[in-house]
Design a protein around this ligand. Structure first.
Ligand code: IPD
Ligand code: CA
Ligand code: CA
Length: 260
């Protein structure tokens, strides 16, 4: 299926509907269950995914679906919708207004189309491969900050703690010594959208899932940024490591992450 402006507009509409549902449910009574010790799921996660899945099936019947809550696989031969119905669940569950909806259409593990909707700011970030990235009609461009020392960076940590967390904190400490400062807002898809918009200069995180990064990767690339793993190798949406920057600080951050 060719990815045109009509498809992008229809997907944007679905993302906005799901975001409206999240906004209406925000700071209201909700049921919460646990997928792991620190990994929550609320009834808003499942309701949002149901809405998105139905909407996408109406737009493009028969396309494979991979969603955080209902599962699925990346199709090997064809296209797959890759969906996080609520990225930032922990924030949402605690009443912290920083979360989004992320939808991407992926082929051969690379995003063709991506939409990230931030309902509390009414910001809809959209991109189509080869056609640029936009937010609410404005073209996006990554920042022009040339050095780590002048950069506002963002990151996130594994749900799994233990030794891996210690390694992440060591990296955080090493990078914080060099950067202007670092944030840990709690939504990887929004971290990437904000790199695309130039508000953050760089982002890194290990252990993300395809639904966290698929739309955001495309936003960053289409806004002129660079996305690789910590060693600087090209990534697909099922990568274990993500480093996304404005390009200018990429090498320096990569050295800090890998030490070589
Ligand atoms: C999480 C958020 C968080 C990141 C975690 C993700 P969820 O997604 O993106 O920022 O640090 O790794 O799992 O569980 O809120 O959809
Ligand atoms: Ca997520
Ligand atoms: Ca989620």
């Amino acid at each position: 299926m060719a990815v045109g402006d009509d498809l992008l507009a229809a997907v944007q509409e679905v993302a906005r509907e799901a975001g409206d549902l999240l906004r209406r449910s925000f700071r209201r009574p909700m049921s919460i269950s646990y997928k792991g010790l620190a990994n929550l799921v609320t009834d808003a996660d499942t309701a949002s995914e149901r809405l998105i899945r139905t909407g996408l099936e109406r737009i493009l019947p028969g396309v494979s679906f991979l969603g955080e809550e209902s599962g699925g696989d990346l199709s090997v031969s064809g296209q797959t919708w890759v969906v996080d119905p609520l990225d930032g669940t922990t924030n949402f569950a605690h009443g912290f207004p920083w979360f989004c909806v992320s939808i991407a259409l992926v082929e051969e593990s690379q995003p063709l189309l991506g939409v990230v909707y931030h309902p509390m700011m009414d910001e809809c970030f959209i991109a189509r491969r080869g056609s640029g990235a936009f937010c609410n009609g404005q073209r996006l461009a990554v920042s022009t900050i040339p050095s780590v020392a002048e950069s506002l960076l963002t990151t996130g940590f594994y749900y799994h703690k233990g030794d891996e967390l210690s390694r992440q904190v060591t990296l955080f400490h090493r990078i914080h010594q060099k950067a202007q400062t670092i944030r840990r807002p709690g939504s990887a898809a929004l971290d990437l959208a904000y790199v695309a918009a130039g508000y953050f200069d760089g982002f890194w995180e290990k252990g993300l899932a395809p639904w966290d990064v698929a739309a955001g990767f495309l936003l960053v690339r289409e806004a002129g940024g660079v996305v690789t793993d910590y060693a600087g190798a090209p990534v697909s949406v099922d990568t274990a490591e993500t480093l996304a920057t404005n390009g200018l600080i990429h090498h320096a951050l990569r050295i800090l992450l890998r030490g070589t």
